[in-house]
Design a protein around this ligand. Structure first.
Ligand code: NAG
Ligand code: NAG
Length: 257
């Protein structure tokens, strides 16, 4: 929860619904625009916009270290006769990482142990500065409000449409090791969302995941589609599959406003 919200966060909280009110014309009601669903006002929904920020699981979707995206033979669905087995990577598309992804001594910290109360609640979407990775210095300059527990980074990955291209982009933006350590030491963040396949830059992947996952409480949520989502406060809902022993899980993630 954002119990110790700073003044700027409180302002954000009030501004967002007003902006939403201005934008929501009757014509837009119930229309599906890309990944954004506008809902009629005054209904029983309790929110006016829903953003599906989950990557579609399809052949050709961007996957780690592959030029051509998800190959057909790695994505098979079981048919009614049980003839085909549905195989998938626990880290494909939009997914959550569990600590046993990197630590052999944390086998009980699996996908089944990921805390729903961390994965669901108020979240802040922030635009990260372009043309840089997320170092301690860069993160400090972003003035992340105190008390934020869930932060989704909208980086140049979104502007480069990396989640929508087949070929893996090794030079994507993400956390550097000192940035990950800075977040652990200086913020209350328990969920880190990123708009490409990893929260960390490719070069620091192992170290960043170690820094974050050894806390046992921080959940990286990777592969988010944030194209249509502006900076601000949202309700985040992220639901990984309940798979004991898995070191992560594809997750359905949505934002509501
Ligand atoms: C697992 O090992 C790492 C270091 O290798 C340590 O930091 C972490 O606390 C350990 N976790 C548990 C649950 O023992
Ligand atoms: C971020 O780090 C990666 C190394 O993993 C590098 O290829 C890329 O150029 C860096 N991005 C920027 C904007 O500095």
């Amino acid at each position: 929860m954002m119990r110790k919200s700073s003044n700027s966060m409180r302002q954000l909280w009030w501004v967002a619904p007003c902006v939403a009110l201005l934008l929501l014309t009757p014509a837009a009601a119930a229309a599906v625009v890309g990944e954004v669903i506008n809902l009629p006002q005054g209904g029983t929904y309790g929110y006016s916009k829903l953003y599906d920020i989950t990557n579609k699981i399809v052949v050709g979707m961007t996957i780690w270290d592959n030029e051509n995206g998800m190959p057909e033979e790695k994505l098979r669905f079981i048919d009614t006769n049980g003839e085909l087995v549905y195989k998938f990577s626990t880290h494909m598309g939009t997914h959550s990482d569990a600590p046993d992804h990197v630590f052999t001594n944390m086998s009980s910290y699996d996908a089944n142990s990921l805390k729903l109360e961390t994965l669901n609640g108020l979240a802040l979407v922030m635009d990260a500065p372009r043309n840089t990775n997320l170092t301690a210095e860069v993160l400090e300059s972003m003035n992340i409000p105190k008390g934020v527990n869930r932060l989704l980074f909208r980086t140049e990955n979104t502007h480069r449409h990396l989640m929508h291209q087949k070929a893996f982009a090794k030079d994507y933006a993400g956390l550097k090791t000192d940035g990950a350590q800075w977040l652990v030491d200086n913020t209350d963040i328990k969920l880190i969302g990123m708009d490409y396949l990893s929260v960390s830059v490719e070069a620091d992947a192992k170290q960043v995941h170690q820094v974050l996952l050894k806390t046992g409480v921080i959940i990286p949520v990777e592969g988010l589609i944030l194209d249509d989502v502006g900076p601000g406060e949202y309700m985040l809902h992220c639901l990984p599959l309940r798979i004991p022993g898995a070191d992560g899980s594809p997750s359905r993630c949505i934002l509501m406003q």
